[in-house]
Design a protein around this ligand. Structure first.
Ligand code: S3P
Length: 181
């Protein structure tokens, strides 16, 4: 198995946290979520950071979080916030130190998941509050596609797949790249 980090990217609701936690369990590696790391650094929720410091400051904190976790000598499973790939330095670090897997799903599916997870993750997702999740995710899917493409070594389509199936597909992608180490 690869000794590189396993890095999960994709839009909100793609399943990065759920799938990442399971992959970490199976690999016996620590799991790190960049949103959690940012929140722990400034003792504010992502929503509070957007409100009080602004999105630009959140992105700067996110860039530092990606740099910190990428530098870990122990291989990790890293779930990146949906917008982390927008930063070119972060993309370069992810690709250099990890196998980057893009979890995909249609905006309608992502929107339904985000709505279901509102209680758990609402404070972390200020971007979907105003226009409604599906409209926002449709827009982000188009504008961010080039950044996900540039970041990812592999794509896993989660449509119609169980969490276990997605975990297997992601671990297969990691395994397939173990020879590159
Ligand atoms: C964001 C996604 C969120 C969080 C923040 C911004 C985005 O993370 O980082 O609300 O820009 O797509 P998840 O993708 O883990 O929900």
């Amino acid at each position: 198995m690869s000794t590189k980090h396993l890095v999960l990217v994709g839009l909100m609701g793609a399943g990065k946290t759920t799938v990442g936690e399971r992959c970490a369990e199976q690999l016996g590696r620590p799991f790190v979520d960049t949103d959690e790391l940012v929140e722990a650094t400034v003792h504010l929720s992502v929503g509070e950071i957007f409100e009080t410091l602004g999105e630009e400051q959140f992105r700067a904190l996110e860039r530092t979080a990606v740099a910190d976790v990428s530098a870990s000598p122990a291989p990790l499973v890293i779930a990146c916030g949906g917008g982390a790939v927008l930063d070119a330095d972060s993309r370069a670090r992810m690709r250099a130190t990890g196998v980057v897997v893009w979890l995909q799903a249609p905006p309608a599916v992502l929107g339904a998941r985000v709505t279901d997870q509102e209680d758990r993750d609402g404070a972390r997702r200020p971007l979907v509050r105003d226009d409604g999740p599906v409209a926002t995710l449709e827009r982000l899917a188009v504008t961010r596609a080039p950044a996900y493409e540039a970041a990812a070594h592999a794509v896993v389509d989660t449509t119609g797949k169980s969490v276990d199936d997605v975990v297997d597909a992601v671990l297969d992608e990691l395994q397939a790249r173990s020879d590159d180490d």
